[in-house]
Design a protein around this ligand. Structure first.
Ligand code: ADP
Ligand code: ZN
Length: 277
C-alpha cells in the first residue's frame, strides 16, 4: 500500500469508522449503529506494540463492518483534552503512557465499562489494545458472559523482535489526519510533511527508544500470557505479521474463513429449525 493510501488511525473526532460512543462515552449515541445481521463479528487483536494491529483493525472494520475499538486511541484522545477536564486518574494514566508503561487495570476498565454499549453493539467489534493483561481479560470475559455475548475469535499477530523495534522507531504520524508513515519503509514525498493534507509529521512520544524498551517489556510480562489464556479457550488464531498490510490482512481473512463458514452453517441450521417449529 502506498503511503498516500494508508488508512487513517482513529481520531478523537467522529468519522464513519470511529463511532461517537467509543470516544465520548455512554452519553453519546452513535449516528449509524448497524442493524444486527444475526451474527456480528466480535474479535480481539493481540500482538506486541508495532505489529500493526491498528492498521489491521481498520481493514477488518472495512470488511466486517464491526467497529474498531482502540484503547490506545482513547488515551491519546484523552491526553489532548483540556487539563481541567482530566480526572486525576486520567492525568496519572497519561504519565504511564508517556513512559511506555501500562495504564493500571482499574483506569482502563473504568473507560471500557463506561463504553460497554460498544461491546454490546449489534454491529460487533474489533478490540485493539484491550485486553492487555490477564486481569483485563477476566473482566471482559465476565462482562460478555453477563450479557450472553460470545467472542468470535482472538487473532494474535506475530513478528520477530528486531522487526518490531525497527517499525516502532521509524513510525511517523500526521498531526492532522493521523496517517501513519515510516521514515525509511514508507516515507512521505516531502520529508516531515503529510502527502495527504500537508500536516506536520511527528513521532509518538512512546515510540522513542527509552519508551519502546519499556513497552516491549510490559508486553512480554503482561500481555503475552493472554496468548495461552485464549488458546485454552479455543479462540486463538495465529497470524504472521510480516509483509505489507495487505499481505497480513489476507492471512487474517484466511484464518477467519472457517469461522465464517461455521457461522453461515449455523445460520442455515437456525433458519431450518425455525421453519420446523
Ligand atoms: P501500541 O502501539 O503500544 O500497541 P496503543 O496505541 O495500543 O499502543 O497504546 C498506547 C499506550 O496506551 C500503551 O503503551 C499503554 O500505556 C496505554 N494503553 C492502551 N491500552 C491499554 C490497556 N488495555 N491497558 C493498559 N494500558 C493501555
Ligand atoms: Zn495528514
Amino acid at each position: 500500500m502506498a503511503a498516500t493510501d494508508k488508512p487513517q488511525k482513529a481520531s478523537a473526532s467522529h468519522s464513519k469508522h470511529d463511532r461517537a460512543t467509543w470516544f465520548q462515552g455512554s452519553s453519546w449515541a452513535c449516528p449509524d449503529v448497524p442493524q444486527s445481521n444475526g451474527s456480528p463479528w466480535r474479535l480481539v487483536l493481540l500482538g506486541a506494540p508495532g505489529v500493526g494491529k491498528g492498521t489491521q483493525a481498520y481493514l477488518l472494520n472495512q470488511r466486517l463492518k464491526a467497529c474498531h475499538l482502540s484503547t490506545g486511541d482513547l488515551f491519546r484522545a484523552a491526553s489532548k483534552a483540556k487539563e481541567c477536564d482530566q480526572t486525576p486518574a486520567m492525568k496519572a494514566a497519561m504519565e504511564y503512557m508517556r513512559r511506555g508503561e501500562l495504564v493500571p487495570d482499574a483506569t482502563v476498565w473504568e473507560m471500557v465499562r463506561e463504553r460497554s454499549a460498544c461491546i454490546r453493539c449489534a454491529g460487533g467489534f474489533v478490540l485493539d489494545g484491550f485486553p492487555r493483561t490477564l486481569g483485563q481479560a477476566e473482566l471482559l470475559k465476565r462482562l460478555m458472559a453477563s450479557e450472553g455475548i460470545p467472542l468470535t475469535a482472538v487473532v494474535n499477530y506475530e513478528l520477530p523482535l528486531a522487526e518490531i523495534v525497527a517499525r516502532l522507531s521509524g513510525r511517523r504520524t500526521c498531526e492532522k489526519c493521523k496517517t501513519v508513515y515510516h521514515a525509511t519503509e514508507r516515507p512521505p514525498k516531502v520529508a516531515g510533511c503529510c502527502d495527504r493534507c500537508d500536516g506536520k509529521l511527528f513521532q509518538r512520544e512512546d515510540d522513542r527508544p527509552e519508551s519502546i524498551k519499556v513497552r516491549l517489556e510490559a508486553y512480554e510480562r503482561s500481555t503475552a500470557p493472554l496468548i495461552d489464556f485464549y488458546r485454552k479457550s479455543g479462540l486463538l488464531m495465529q497470524v504472521a505479521a510480516k509483509g505489507t498490510p495487505e499481505d497480513i490482512f489476507q492471512r487474517t481473512v484466511v484464518e477467519l474463513e472457517p469461522q465464517r463458514i461455521g457461522r453461515f452453517a449455523q445460520k442455515l441450521w437456525d433458519a431450518a429449525e425455525n421453519r420446523r417449529e
